[in-house]
Design a protein around this ligand. Structure first.
Ligand SMILES: NC(=O)c1ccc[n+]([C@@H]2O[C@H](COP(=O)([O-])OP(=O)(O)OC[C@H]3O[C@@H](n4cnc5c(N)ncnc54)[C@H](O)[C@@H]3O)[C@@H](O)[C@H]2O)c1
Ligand SMILES: CC(C)(O)[C@@H](O)C(=O)O
Ligand SMILES: [Mg+2]
Ligand SMILES: [Mg+2]
Length: 347
């Protein structure tokens, strides 16, 4: 598909001017899901990288083992021309206070999500560029796809353009982490923040896990075996989504039987019905009017009581007990690979 057939401009490798980043140093703050992927992809793309981590952070060993230079967040920010803020959203305001004085006029403060800028939790100095390069993907796949010679789609946005080249630099950064291989769209901090929060809550993370659990519980409570229910409602979901990923909804419908297609087309909207749509609209409104942001900030200030309880309940859901041994018995299961796929320590 050419760009003429799209409703928005999508940037690819040839649109990026790598001279915007090639002679610069990028300070990557944090070495978690996004941090390790950005740092390694940038470095493999030939960009000078220094990882900023607190003294005693368990992520320091991981970054050094991956061949990267490590300094404290303040030291890294002092060295960096671009400071990429990839610690958790809730930690970013405090880390920003540690590095604020190290930012020089013309430097770039770079994000992978707009939460703290959009909801005014970080107020950057006026003489720096503030940009975003946000992969539309979990961090571990940002790295895995890059290594495979592929990429993940991403967004770029400019909140402050002090130098006049903020957009070009963000696009060069997106190129160096592999996003322009798949396609990059320009957006605003507001649009990225609102669509990202809505997507992860209603569809990608919240909606889909609820759908899986409700389907699993319906089958198990009706007397079917948990292993059957696991394969049906969780494992096969990946295989079905793979087809949508490759060829849209149509490739999936083409691949399944006519029986599945008729059953799905007549029953799907009974499950995710008008009521679910109304709930989605309410969830979007809570994102837009700041209700969700205030709830999440207050939850952290209170020491995460609801988060801890809900996380615990999710980890102990029956489907998790059933799935783990089944996955271990896959013939291709490999201990080394599984360990490598695990996220770097969270500090
Ligand atoms: N996780 C994703 O796949 C993903 C996708 C797109 C955008 N984002 C955005 O990327 C940013 C980083 O998110 P993440 O999920 O990669 O973070 P993460 O939770 O994986 O980050 C953990 C890392 O942050 C550092 N860290 C943790 N606590 C710290 C503290 N108190 N002080 C200093 N450093 C600390 C440590 O290095 C740790 O390894 C966020 O803005 C997030 O919204 C994440
Ligand atoms: C990977 C996601 C869900 O797309 C990201 O937005 C996140 O916050 O982790
Ligand atoms: Mg997202
Ligand atoms: Mg997100």
């Amino acid at each position: 598909m050419t760009n003429d057939e799209l409703t928005t401009t999508v940037y690819y490798d040839d649109d990026a001017d790598r001279s915007q980043i090639d002679d610069k140093t990028v300070a990557v703050l944090g070495y978690g899901s996004q941090g390790h992927a950005h740092a390694q992809n940038l470095s493999d793309s030939g960009v000078d990288v220094v990882v900023g981590l607190r003294e005693g952070s368990s992520s320091r060993d991981a970054a050094e083992a991956d061949g990267l230079r490590v300094a404290t967040p303040a030291e890294a920010a002092a060295e960096g021309d671009i400071v990429s803020v990839l610690v958790p959203d809730t930690v970013q305001p405090a880390v920003f206070e540690e590095i604020r004085d190290e930012l020089e006029a013309g430097d770039t403060l770079q994000f992978a999500h707009g939460f703290n800028i959009h909801y005014n939790q970080i107020r950057p100095p006026e003489d720096v560029d503030v940009t975003m390069a946000a992969p539309k993907s979990p961090g571990h796949l940002v790295r895995r796809n890059y290594e495979a010679g592929e990429g993940t789609p991403g967004l770029i946005a400019v909140y402050q353009d002090e130098t006049g080249s903020a957009k070009e630099e963000a696009l060069a950064y997106a190129h160096a982490i592999g996003c322009t291989r798949a396609g990059v769209i320009e957006t605003s901090f507001q649009e990225e923040t609102e669509t990202d929060l809505f997507g992860e809550q209603a569809v990608l993370c919240g909606g889909v896990t609820s759908l899986v659990k409700q389907g699993y519980e319906t089958l198990v409570e009706a007397g079917y075996s948990p292993e059957m229910a696991y394969f049906e409602c969780l494992n096969e979901l990946k295989l079905i989504v793979d087809l949508m990923y490759e060829g849209g909804l149509g490739e999936m419908w083409d691949s399944v039987s006519d029986t599945a297609e008729f059953g799905g087309l007549t029953r799907g909207d009974r499950v995710v019905d008008d009521h679910a749509r109304e709930n989605m609209e309410e969830i979007l409104e809570e994102v837009q009017n700041g209700t969700f942001a205030r709830e999440w900030i207050a939850e952290n200030q209170a020491g995460r009581p609801s988060y801890t309880q809900l996380k615990d309940r999710e980890e102990n859901h029956h489907i998790e007990q059933v799935g783990a041994p089944l996955r271990d018995l896959f013939s291709w299961a490999d201990e080394d690979e599984k360990e490598a796929a695990e996220a770097p320590a969270d500090d």
